[in-house]
Design a binder for this molecule. Structure first.
Ligand code: AMP
Ligand code: FE
Ligand code: FE
Ligand code: ZN
Length: 283
């Protein structure tokens, strides 16, 4: 049996609703899933409305943060989605997104492209709006051929319309998750832009700052990385997690666990994760 603790809905840059994700997870025979939209818990209420006896639903979110100037993604699992401090913490990230979206559109207009901020509403009907939505709009307008081209040509890290946005430090992000009753799990450590030889030290530092676990199973991790991460988790007594990072059936993304792709984080991880969540709550 498998689990999938990293899923995006249309409350951020996924294309399915939280309810559709639950339905697909049940069809795939998953034992547990987590909703982890970027910088928002807006979809959690709807997600939990679809609770059923045959699957564990974990409320979560994914936040981009900085540690030593390097970008990391941190998953918060089991947070209280009504927690005021969490909501105001997320608000600051959301304002940062809005500001960046305006700046990116401004740069694209300066480059002579016919695109307006109001047009984004049609491609982002719920929750948070980000570069993937701008990419979809550019594709619809025939300015790029694929959303991926929008990243390469315009607003990927090296593009002419790249804009930085506000981010908390990893320590602040972990603190925000803990105070909302959740556990902090480092997402796809294999994607972190640091020397492979330094990843263990990097994770050790985050552990000192309260990190609870790492996402060992991710479609971007080759077997050797998975193995190394398992050893690191054991060394620092971190819980193991796994998820597909499913965004709906976009070309560039993986499919949900338990599907035809063969990706399957084992459901045996679930007990340890739920146990850690319980311990955190009691702490
Ligand atoms: P943002 O949240 O606005 O910073 O955009 C980051 C999101 O864009 C990531 O979570 C991915 O879902 C998506 N993304 C990143 N790189 C690409 C790419 N090359 N093509 C399509 N989508 C991408
Ligand atoms: Fe995304
Ligand atoms: Fe991520
Ligand atoms: Zn993600």
């Amino acid at each position: 049996m498998c689990i999938d603790l990293h899923l995006h809905s249309f409350y951020s840059d996924g294309i399915l609703s939280p309810g559709e994700l639950v339905r697909m997870a049940v069809a795939n025979g998953l034992e547990g899933i987590a909703l982890t939209d970027h910088d928002t818990v807006e979809g959690i209420e709807e997600f939990l409305d679809h609770a059923r006896h045959d699957i564990t639903l974990i409320p979560g979110f994914e936040v981009s943060a900085l540690h030593r100037g390097i970008s990391v993604h941190i998953l918060g699992y089991g947070v209280d989605h009504r927690n005021n401090e969490l909501l105001s913490g997320l608000r600051k990230l959301q304002e940062g997104r809005e500001k960046r979206n305006r700046e990116i559109i401004g740069k694209l207009r300066d480059m002579g492209h016919d695109i307006r901020i109001e047009e984004l509403e049609a491609v982002s009907t719920h929750g948070q709006t980000g570069r993937p939505h701008i990419a979809r709009l550019l594709k619809e307008k025939g300015i790029v051929r694929t959303p991926n081209d929008a990243f390469t040509l315009f607003f990927g890290k090296k593009g002419p319309a790249w804009v930085k946005r506000f981010a908390y430090s990893a320590a602040e992000s972990i603190g925000m998750i803990h105070q909302a009753g959740g556990i902090a799990v480092l997402a796809h450590p294999g994607k972190i832009d640091c020397h492979p030889g330094n990843i263990s030290l990097f994770i050790a530092e985050l552990t000192e700052r309260g990190l609870d676990g790492i996402e060992v199973y991710h479609p971007s991790h080759p077997p050797a990385v998975e193995k190394k991460l398992r050893q690191i988790a054991e060394k620092y007594q971190l819980v193991l997690s796994g998820g597909s990072d499913y965004h709906g059936n976009h070309k560039n993304f993986s499919s949900m666990a338990g599907g035809t792709g063969g990706f399957c984080p084992p459901s045996s991880l679930l007990q340890a994760l739920l146990g850690r969540m319980k311990t955190r709550l009691q702490a």
